[in-house]
Design a protein around this ligand. Sequence first.
Ligand SMILES: [Zn+2]
Ligand SMILES: [Zn+2]
Length: 342
Amino acid sequence: MDFLVLFLLYLALVLIGVTLICIYSRTQFLKGLVRGGAQIFSCIIPECLQRAVQRLLHYLFHTRNHTFIILHLVLQGMVYTEYTWEVLGYCQELEFSLYYLLLPYLLLFVNLFFFTLSCVTNPGTITKANELLFLQVYEFDDLMFPKNVRCPTCDLRKPARSKHCRVCNRCVHRFDHHCIWVNNCIGAWNTRYFLIYLLTLTASVATLASVSAAFLAQVVFFSDFYLKTYIDNHGHSQVVDTVFLVQYLFLLFPRIIFFLGFVLVLSFLLGGYLCFALYLAATNQTTNEWYRAGRAPRQHCRHEAQPLSAEPQVFQNIHSHGVWSNLREVFLPATRYEKKKK
Ligand SMILES: [Zn+2]
Ligand SMILES: [Zn+2]
């Protein structure tokens, strides 16, 4: 099979896989699939190995640790080393603009700055001292966030839109999710840093893809290769087409073609996630709320005052006050010193 067909097949499979996970993660389907996989796994793997895998998974995903931060930095380092080692030198020979070639490094610098802020900023931990302040920030909707509920672990009153993070073992104000890549919760006080981190990460990967693609396009343009002909397997003369061109470039620059494929896939995945995160910010929802709103109404927290026979209430987002107001709330969150007047 041609390299191009294989590569497109691989790209399509990855994108379909990610789309299916996004769709089915809101249903019981994925949980059933995971349970089925775990049952098969338990039948064929020795018990001691199972325990070791469980301990490893528990450590990686249910405790605070720096594994994914290190993995993130190593991956970023590898991608930039490949860019510096392979693409940059060739582009300088072809006299690309220096500003264009240095743009990925500028984005990397900004990205690492906001990555660090996302890692170290307090996401909005609820304590005895600030509990009362947080209780006044958001209205209770008596469905997803009922009044007078205490966190059974922290024994603090739960403000609307807060959630207890089991990984960090703390209640977080305007809890979005726990991110393993930054080893921190994403909450009221660091969602803005997380969004800029995501934006600059996507932009840096897209810029790397754009420089690599521009380099390959220049090579084709300068060599006039697309005007030439070749002899096919049957001995016929053929005009160079796109498939042949990509395979030819793959033979000439295999590492750059793989690099381009990798950063392209990454650009699509990160771009998709960035759009989702921006949609949530513009509509004033957290990932936690979006996930819970997608579940059946009977699965929401039922308020004690709501009789069992009553019609199930459908969740409505009462915190959205227009796109600009919602974005302002994310980028200028209520701090520990001020109360939001609503
Ligand atoms: Zn708690
Ligand atoms: Zn957490």
